[in-house]
Design a protein around this ligand. Structure first.
Ligand SMILES: Cc1ncc(C[n+]2csc(CCOP(=O)(O)OP(=O)(O)O)c2C)c(N)n1
Ligand code: SF4
Ligand SMILES: [Mg+2]
Length: 287
């Protein structure tokens, strides 16, 4: 049952974050607590799972259930948890290194299966915890401790990836706009199915303050366009790949059967014990 009296503070553990002053991850923590309070989620019905990284410390600062897993493995653990405990709201969080690099092979599968869990990436385009190595989202030409002349790699584009992985909810926000961030987290938590939110979250220590300037000067709130329709996949692609601006908002949201829905329908048919029922159920999925 929703706790009407819960305030954002009730969702915090009371541990003092050890992030550097100015780190974008503070805003994500605040936004998550505020979104949980707005949704009135019972604390004991929420589990936040992470991997390893500065950003992956986030579950420790929350007073919900939490699991700090190994590097890159937030998503498979979150998926297993959600499938075995459907009564829980399960949120996976982590960094661009954790989710797109070492853990990158898990994203396509939770997306295409449409498991009812949520994923927030704190994308600072660097490996923060390990002191500033190049990451899969570091822009080409960027100097880091492992690319002293500038990165020679083309970065991946998370929004483009998630659209092609068939994620049923794809959005982007930034630590620089707390209200927008809260609204995106609330929307993703309300979505039934796999929901992905990329958060442009500056690392002041290893990427400097210029990340703030870039996000501030190049962001565009795409869903403020008149007649904006988040179910339009072609528009979503445009906003995901355009080099002209950083798209903020829900790029794509479309409801379809979750993995759990199909599993339950098949189970019901199997229980009925008739082969023809099973075949009909399968045909329904293939439409
Ligand atoms: C198997 C394994 N490989 C490498 C590491 C070292 N390591 C810890 S965190 C990290 C990258 C962190 O970057 P990111 O996920 O972007 O998080 P951030 O610190 O930037 O928030 C790496 C390479 C590890 N802990 N385990
Ligand atoms: S190193 Fe970067 S990502 Fe890590 S806490 Fe400091 S500012 Fe944040
Ligand atoms: Mg990072």
């Amino acid at each position: 049952m929703a706790d009407a009296k819960a305030s954002p503070k009730d969702y915090l553990s009371g541990l003092k974050p050890i992030w550097c002053p100015g780190c974008g991850d503070f805003a994500v923590l605040n936004a998550v607590a505020k979104a949980f309070a707005e949704l009135g989620l019972p604390k004991e019905k929420v589990a936040v799972v992470s991997g390893i990284g500065c950003s992956s410390r986030l579950p420790g600062y929350l007073g919900t259930y939490g699991f700090n897993a190994i590097h890159g493995r937030a998503l498979p653990i979150a998926a297993g948890l959600k499938l075995s405990r459907p009564d829980l709201t399960v949120l996976a969080v982590g960094g661009d290194g954790d989710i797109f690099s070492i853990g990158g092979n898990h994203l396509p599968h939770v997306s295409r299966r449409n498991i009812d869990l949520k994923c927030i990436v704190m994308d600072n385009a660097i490996y923060g915890l390990t002191k500033g190595q190049v990451s899969p989202t570091t822009p080409i030409g960027e100097k880091t401790v492992t690319t002293t002349y500038g990165s020679i790699e083309d970065p991946i584009q998370p929004l483009k990836l998630l659209l092609s992985y068939e994620a049923s909810f794809v959005a982007q926000s930034t630590s620089l706009d707390l209200n927008h961030l809260i609204s995106m987290i609330v929307a993703m938590m309300r979505h039934k199915g796999f929901a992905f939110l990329n958060v442009r979250s500056p690392c002041v220590t290893y990427r400097g303050k210029e990340q703030y300037d870039v996000i501030r000067s190049r962001s565009k709130y795409i869903d403020k366009e008149p007649g904006y329709d988040a179910t339009d996949m072609r528009k979503a692609w445009h906003h995901a790949i355009t080099p002209e601006y950083i798209s903020l908002g829900i790029l794509y949201e479309k409801y379809r059967d979750t993995y759990e829905d199909r599993r339950d329908k098949l189970r019901e048919a199997a229980k009925a014990g008739r082969d023809c029922t099973l075949t009909d159920v399968m045909k329904g999925f293939m439409k």
